[in-house]
Structures are given as structure tokens and as C-alpha cells.
Design a protein around this ligand. Structure first.
Ligand code: SF4
Length: 276
């Protein structure tokens, strides 16, 4: 078993220690076994559940896009967001899709972006961070300063994610996410619809009650493109330096900011505003 400098054990259950690469984040560990989570057995019960839930999602999205003309979907290119991308594209729903490019995404995410362009015959709408903010942060704090403290990590997430998200949501009435309730301790009571206090608009989480197996069954049944890192034990993928593979049975979000307390592990995109 190896340890990173932050005191986190890198469990070797699924990986060959000799193949670990001395760097942090994406591509840190080379898997030596296939990932059962991304290829669930497609039983009739599972397929029926996915088909039924797909219809529920279509209903939610149709209703939301009728109620709110200025509605948008934030596609992070994770497995859940690929399910929603597929439904919005195939059902030709009147919902604009955008994504955020933090400048620190893994190469596999950019490959997927290109694949999505071809599969759905579309060009991505991408919001980037303001270059002045990034230049100042790097020059004053360092290129990987987010490892040094929660404050510096949140400052990085703010300039690379939250500020671009605020621009993306500017003048929108509602937005849609691919969040699921079972994804993290911070999301256990996730409703399908809620008011986003932080961004002051309506928010829909149509996959709230989906379990991981249903997400992957959908991807297999409908031949949806997905990030190849998922097959390498990355259930949740964000920026390359802040994402690592997880062992079977670990919380799906445990590979994100793995050096921090689980209660703090949100980047701020989906954090409720503090009540006065
Ligand atoms: Fe910065 Fe990491 Fe947050 Fe990405 S996930 S914005 S690299 S702190």
C-alpha cells in the first residue's frame, strides 16, 4: 500500500502497486482489472426500470422547458450528464446545453467532447475562466496551490468553475443537473426540483433517484458515448489534479479532493446558500 503526501492510503485491491505512477490525480493509477460498475448485467428488471425512468425524465424535462423558456443544462461530461445529453438530443428538447472548461480537465474529457460533437452533430457551448484571474492565482499562489489548503482549493474552484457558471446562468430562469442522491453524503436528500438560492433560479435534478447501475445500463442500452476514465475506476471525474481512481465499494465521490473531509467535498457549483 502506498501513501500520498496528504496521508491518504492508495488501496491496492484493484491495482498493481508497481504500476502506480508518481503523480497526483487522473492517470495516477493504472487499473489491472475490468470495472464491473460500468458494465452491469442487463437483466430484464434493470432494463425495464431504465426505460420507465427514461420516460419520467422526459416528462420532467418537457414540463421544465415548457414552464421556463430560459432553461439550460450544465453538461460536465460525467456518466449521468451523458444520459441527460442523450435524452435531450434524441428527444429534441428545447434545452440549451453548456459546459465549463476549467483548463485542468483530463485529456479523456476532451476526447469525449469531440465524440459528443460527432454523435449528436453539435458544437459545444463552453465557458472558460477569466484569464486574468487564473494568471494572478498561478503567479501569486502557485500552479497546484489547491493542495495546500481548503481556502486555496475553493479559490481555485471559484475562479475556474463558479464564476464561469455564474456567467453561463446569467439571465437564465432554470437549470438542469445530472446529480443523483446516492452520489455523496452532501447529496442524500436531493430533490428533483428545488430553488437554487445561490444562483437565484430554479434547479432540476431529474436523475435524483437513479442508482449507479441504472445510469450504466442506460449508457449500454442506448450506446451513449462516455468518458473512458470511468472504466478505469473513476466514478466521478472533475479536474485532472483533483480526481483519482477509487476502490470497489468506496463512495463514488471519494476520488474527488480525496485529501479533504467528505463534508467539504463540493466545488461550490451545487452548494446551498447559507441561511441568514
Ligand atoms: Fe482547481 Fe481542482 Fe477545483 Fe479544478 S477541481 S477548479 S483544479 S481546485
Amino acid at each position: 500500500m502506498n501513501h500520498c503526501p496528504f496521508g491518504v492510503a492508495l488501496i491496492g485491491a484493484n491495482y498493481n502497486d508497481s504500476e502506480q505512477i508518481m503523480s497526483f490525480g487522473v492517470s495516477m493509477i493504472k487499473p489491472t482489472t475490468s470495472n464491473p460498475a460500468t458494465s452491469p448485467e442487463l437483466t430484464d428488471v434493470l432494463k425495464q426500470s431504465v426505460v420507465a425512468k427514461r420516460m419520467q425524465v422526459i416528462t420532467i424535462l418537457q414540463s421544465a422547458s415548457t414552464e421556463f423558456k430560459a432553461i439550460t443544462f450544465a453538461n460536465s461530461y460525467g456518466a449521468e450528464d451523458m444520459v441527460l445529453t442523450d435524452i435531450i438530443a434524441k428527444e429534441k428538447l428545447d434545452i440549451k446545453i453548456f459546459s465549463l472548461d476549467t483548463g485542468r480537465l483530463p485529456a479523456e474529457t476532451y476526447s469525449l467532447m469531440g465524440e459528443v460533437e460527432k454523435t449528436y452533430n453539435t458544437k459545444p457551448v463552453v465557458f472558460f475562466p477569466k484569464h486574468e484571474a487564473v494568471e494572478t492565482y498561478v503567479q501569486t499562489k502557485g500552479i497546484n496551490a489547491f493542495y495546500e489548503s481548503i481556502e486555496l482549493r475553493k479559490a481555485c474552484c471559484h475562479m475556474r468553475k463558479i464564476e464561469p457558471l455564474q456567467r453561463a446562468l446569467n439571465s437564465k430562469q432554470a437549470w438542469i443537473t445530472g446529480m443523483r442522491a446516492e452520489q455523496a453524503t452532501t447529496r442524500t436528500s436531493l430533490p428533483v426540483r428545488e430553488f437554487d438560492e445561490g444562483n437565484q433560479l430554479e434547479k432540476f435534478n431529474p436523475l435524483s433517484d437513479w442508482i449507479e447501475k441504472e445510469v450504466w445500463a442506460y449508457i449500454r442500452m442506448f450506446d451513449v458515448p462516455y468518458n473512458q476514465l470511468h472504466d478505469q475506476f473513476y466514478p466521478s471525474i472533475g479536474c485532472a489534479p483533483c480526481t483519482r481512481a477509487v476502490a470497489i465499494g468506496e463512495d463514488v465521490r471519494s476520488g474527488r479532493w480525496w485529501w479533504e473531509d467528505p463534508k467539504n467535498k463540493e466545488c461550490g457549483l451545487h452548494v446551498k446558500a447559507a441561511k441568514p
